[in-house]
Write a protein that binds this ligand. Structure first.
Ligand code: NI
Length: 281
């Protein structure tokens, strides 16, 4: 018994240490959602790097307001403490789902980013123009949604050029960002990709669930300031989830911005061939 008690004590001590250690490296777990679907880790350093440095400052500032005489000084935090979120939609446009998502964004003056499959673009020019007019960002999801790691560099370039041209012809705006299909990339893709590659930090799992309540829970349970959320404007359930997510997240203090706006407001300069998962304050 004595020995068991001692064993328990050692176990407790060990788990405390593990907890403390986990707390220290706890700035990145949400980003690991994106990591799991990718084949490369090295390039996430850029975003992780900015994250870790700035979290330290956040920690510093949050511990400061221990002065009980100044409760009314809270509004000063408003300018610096805006919570930002980038909703992103892949694989569209879709005849009805994309329009329904745009209805919600318009209603709440929210913006999102659409990673469009190039060979679908010509079928839905008015949907794409409406997204542009609402201030949404249009990125490329390649021409025909092929896994880029399985293509030659020439084939990859053709996938990119065709999609980017199709989008630009419709919107009149040049494309600045892309998302690789399936989130798949390797060193060859990275070294030859003439656009920043946008991954995600929260996967709504809408492609798997096709259930608005589950999509909603997935996002609400994992959302954080600076998150990039992965959704697909293909499923009616996704549009239904967005109808609840947008007002509920606004009520929690989030502002919906495009990926480029999110990066810019966090001081991240995106580089071609680099990979981005989030932009924490
Ligand atoms: Ni896709």
């Amino acid at each position: 018994m004595k020995y068991q008690g001692f064993k328990k004590f050692i176990c407790l001590l060990l788990s405390c240490c593990i907890l403390v250690l986990a707390g220290c490296s706890g700035t990145t777990p949400s980003g690991s959602d994106g990591d799991t679907t990718t084949t490369d880790k090295s390039t996430s350093e850029k975003t992780d790097g900015t994250t870790t440095t700035t979290t330290t400052t956040t920690k510093g500032t949050t511990t400061v307001p221990s002065n009980p005489t100044q409760p009314s000084s809270a509004p000063t935090g408003e300018s610096s403490g805006e919570k930002l979120i980038a909703l992103t939609f892949d694989d569209g446009p879709h005849s009805s789902v994309t329009g329904r998502i745009l209805d919600t964004l318009e209603r709440y003056d929210a913006k999102a980013t659409f990673f469009i499959v190039g060979n679908r673009a010509a079928d839905y020019p008015s949907v794409i123009r409406r997204a542009r007019d609402l201030g949404c960002e249009i990125g490329s999801h390649t021409w025909s949604h092929k896994n880029l790691t399985k293509l030659s560099v020439d084939q990859m370039n053709a996938e990119m050029n065709n999609s980017v041209n199709a989008i630009s012809n419709i919107t009149g705006i040049s494309v600045n960002i892309m998302r690789p299909p399936e989130g798949a990339y390797n060193a060859t893709v990275r070294n030859n990709m003439p656009y920043p590659m946008i991954m995600w930090s929260v996967d709504s799992m809408d492609w798997k669930h096709r259930d608005a309540q589950k999509d909603y829970n997935e996002v609400m349970n994992h959302v954080f300031d600076g998150a990039i959320i992965l959704m697909h404007d293909l499923y009616p359930a996704t549009a239904a989830a967005v109808e609840r997510l947008v007002p509920d997240l606004i009520a929690r203090g989030y502002k919906f911005v495009t990926v480029s706006e999110l990066m810019a407001s966090r001081g991240v300069t995106m580089a071609d061939g680099s990979v981005y998962f989030s932009a924490k304050p």
